[in-house]
Unconditional design. Structure first.
Lengths: 112, 112
DNA sequence: TGACATACTTAGAATATCTAGGTAATATAT
DNA sequence: ATATATTACCTAGATATTCTAAGTATGTCA
């Protein structure tokens, strides 16, 4: 999958997942992989920095916990700010995909 | 409109336009602006380098001509390689948007 | 014991876009 | 006549982002 395409939708997908429940990073990678039928396969080096950035922006918050398996995990939760951002990004996503379709389809209207 | 989103679809949109007919750079900006109802407003500094890159990759070729208005224009035409690439990018675009929908929608299947 | 999956991290390379400026001609409004 | 806006192209450098690649550590299975 082309990297250019993924870029703009990563945060949208992460926020959408985290609105359902809290996830830890590694779990997110696997979940997105499954849901997309392996179309999206995030590398750890790609995803973790994105989560860190989102946390620094206040879109998510995290806490550490040791799982029954003995491994330490960092769980991420969406914040109020994150939910607001999610709504915005969903809107943008819709406007974006509709607009691309229009350009490909050939429709044409004058701009205000 | 978020820059991240646009990135991956720029070449797709350009190739799609150029399959219809030849365009010059400035005309492409206006055409995409109109078709998208002003959702996409490419800056010249953004579009021209993309066209140059596409030409260096052999996806398009160009020639210069002076319009009746007295202004010199650089017209771009899609190449055979560009048409092949267009087909690929269309496929990728579909796979991409479907996958994002799946992630947002919550569907989940095991990967092979 | 060795290989693999889990789980997180970061530094630096590579890539891409945008900002901001430049050039130059014509058209339009004052 | 002059100022401004539109048309039409270009590029250097700042900015941002992603990916590559490596490191750390634990548990499981053959």
């Amino acid at each position: 999958m082309d990297k250019g395409l993924i870029g703009g939708s990563t945060v949208l997908m992460l926020l959408s997942l985290l609105q359902e429940k809290e996830y830890y990073g590694y779990e997110i990678i696997k979940e997105i992989e499954q849901r997309s039928n392996c179309i999206f396969q995030f590398k750890e080096g790609t995803l973790y920095p994105v989560l860190h950035r989102m946390e620094s922006q206040g879109l998510v918050k995290s806490y550490k916990a040791t799982a029954e398996t003995g491994k330490e995990r960092k769980y991420y939760q969406i914040t109020v700010k994150g939910k607001t951002q999610l709504a915005k990004e969903k809107e943008q996503w819709n406007a974006f995909t509709i607009s691309v379709k229009k350009v490909l389809g050939g429709a044409g209207y004058a701009c205000p």
